[in-house]
Write a protein that binds this ligand. Sequence first.
Ligand code: MD5
Ligand code: FE
Length: 205
Amino acid sequence: PREELGPGAVLLRRFAFSYDEERTLVAAIDTIVEAAPFRHMITPGGFRMSVAMTNAGALGWVTDLSGYRYTPRDPESDRPWPAIPSCLLRLASRAAKSGGFDGFVPDACLVNRYEPEARMTLHQDKNERDFAAPIVSVSLGIPAVFLWGGEKRNDTAKRVPLAHGDVVVWGGPSRLRFHGVLPLKDDEHPLLGRQRLNLTFRKAG
Ligand code: MD5
Ligand code: FE
């Protein structure tokens, strides 16, 4: 099922869901986390993020007291970020194509881990070089309420429930909209337990 949330934003409910695919995805995420463990990064304002993060790909998104940016190496280990597993690359480009973006090849995959009460405040993703490429986001595990705002921080945000296997393609005029995630409600998912994982595939460089 393909749902237009608005111009350039396409919700593909359960796109990444099948008995086989979800296990393959979780195993691929495990290989990333083994090489580059989840960590709580610090915002430029000095706050510890409630969401734990890691990355795969040629570039990874990081934040610390000096700001937000993409780096080729994991600052915790000084090693390059692990490669994006091929099953994840295929999923991202297949989803982008369904959303109207043919030939999407991400160079960054940010992995977010939300435990109960973790949240993400309204923000824009604008550290990437090229806003013509979409961001593909994959939700796994327990459900979340996504906040889909407007072009300005104070525009009213729409609440979009996102569940295990849901994929959203954020492109065109939706690429730079404000967005966030409400504090996660405690719940348990049969495969992932008490957490939500979100993958965002980006063309950062
Ligand atoms: C999440 N992650 O559910 C979201 C999914 C992040 C982040 O926001 O930065 O890690 S990505 C949602 C997104 C990306 C780009 C544009 C828009 C939404 N949008 O215009 O609404 O953990
Ligand atoms: Fe974002």
